[in-house]
Design a protein around this ligand. Sequence first.
Ligand code: SF4
Length: 702
Amino acid sequence: MSVEASGPTRSTCPYCGVGCGVLATRNDDGNVSIAGDPDHPANYGRLCSKGAALGETFDLEGRLLRPLIDGKPAPWDRALDMVAERFTQAIETHGPDSVAFYLSGQLLTEDYYVANKLMKGFVGSANIDTNSRLCMASSVAGHRRAFGADTVPGTYADLELANLIVLVGSNLAWCHPVLYQRIVAARTRRPQMKLVVIDPRRTETASAADLHLKIAPDGDVALFLGLLAHLGKTGSFSDDYIRRSVGGLDEALASACAHDLEDISTRTGLSHRDLQQFYELFATTERVVTVYSQGVNQSVSGTDKVNAIINCHLATGRIGRAGMGPFSVTGQPNAMGGREVGGLSNMLAAHMQIECATDRDRVQRFWASPTIATRPGLKAVDLFDAVADGRIRALWIMGTNPAVSMPDADAVKAAIANCPFTVVSDAMTDTDTVRLADIRLPSLTWGEKDGTVTNSERRISRQRTVLPTPGLARADWWQMTQIARRMGFVEAFDYEGPADIFREHAALSAFENAGERDFDIGACARITTSEYDAMRPFQWPAPDVIAPTRQTRFFGDGRFYTSDGRACAVAVTAPPGATAPDRLLRVNTGRIRDQWHTMTRTGKAPRLNAHIAEPFCEIHPADAAFRDISPAQIVKLSNERGEILIRALITDRVRRGEVFVPMHWNDQFANRARIGTLIEALADPVSGQPALKAGLATLSRV
Ligand code: SF4
């Protein structure tokens, strides 16, 4: 398709879950200028450094522009025939559960929908998981336990209306910068707004807080149990609200009251004074929003942390009203869209439950599919274990780099390399994962592809084509459709474009749904292709009409998606303190301001690389002195899984006994700096989300 130079195209940033609107203008010289979309309700014209540098990331260097079989160019038909044949062979010989898809929060909702439909309804397995499992699976599980559905109650506007914002495990200033800018602007307008940051590191965000609680790793459950007990003791519960709308609070409170302040102090590493200050601030402020991100989710107690937070909002009735509520912010541009179409191995499409026979029957009838997966499939960590031990015989990875991003990354790399048949669809030709594939399929990337994404406040927004299709690259939904047809499912995958897929997805959300499910965008089932092309950002639910300006908030009526309509306060228990054994340091991982994931896109922009040019290890001065480590020295972090070499950054931003290493660098950008190689593949037992912030390693001079 040829795209001529023209006025700006409205699209959505491909990076974090804020989901900012972007105006992309293709200039006469072929370059693309980027500006924030002043009319987009997520950002009102703002962009962060990553979004603003998008125009510097379009060059075709390193792009995969034609299919490759065993590293050699091949026509599309031959590559597709081979993929369909090998998947069909595996299914016929070893059964449907011998194949798996591993997808990405970078995919568009339409891509996710087709993949989920093919795997669950036509292959008959639920072995379809995604890197969103690494991002927000604990929030999904916590929402489902508390609300009966995976629903984010509030909107971004609630953060501007709050009088207290509590950020838990979130360096919002670097990881969701535009949302942080909105908070900063609101604090300037209303200086009475307070900010509490709960984080083991003194991050950029923590430095701006009224109160920074430098909590011990995984001390969050204990902290919020202590808060619930304090709210109970000080008469801060909303008794009327609890009577009408909350079940299970007695058990949750009993669990909380099992800990006195001294015990909470020991488990969190926080002083009585800091604890009291936080608890009193929360108890006496009606408008509180608690925002949580990867420091909460990426933990073996991630789901319990989410519920410990939600319990405090339920007990005080601070949910579903202006300026209050628990708020999960997702890391990826379409982590939420993937959830909407069931792109996790334990979900069905349209937020229906795979464990529910009625839901399975409803989805199967809608799809007119020959089968339907009857039980949850493998979650990310288990999925790659199954690849390693030979249960998975054919694997298709799309738009993600698990050889870098998964815990125990070297083991994942070896598993993929030894899988009998691996397909990778990617825009790049040579990532750590792509180079392991038997077949590489060239995908479109941001600016070339077309579809929808959903941000952290449930806002569905369009990504649109700005540039011509390079080489023989094709959309991910198209690739899967071609495979489905070759597997014999022609009619069910007869889509001509993303608008067809979106209409079907919307129709499924409303199918036999008399208001009992939260996710309903039935109005979109009736839109024409030109209306889809012109679609303005809007929030779900939208059962009757697409209303771009309406801000939707859930649970204002005190009704939830549980069987009795009441929310569930979950009785959680505090895990034992997470102290590292002798001589080992606890390894925290996370993002830096100007890079994204494994850098395949942001690594192309010189000004983003200029922010922090190389991988580093934040080390407390006492830990550095003990090991005779000097500033900027190259140091070794190692354990039984491997070792990495990185530059020492000696700082009291981290707690003693803990180090921080960014997650981005990989073999493409820095030799031996993949931090994922050192992280044990432990996961939350409820959500399956890996504990990516809980590594243990030895630190030494080189
Ligand atoms: Fe993109 Fe997130 Fe930055 Fe917005 S805040 S421009 S969505 S990276």
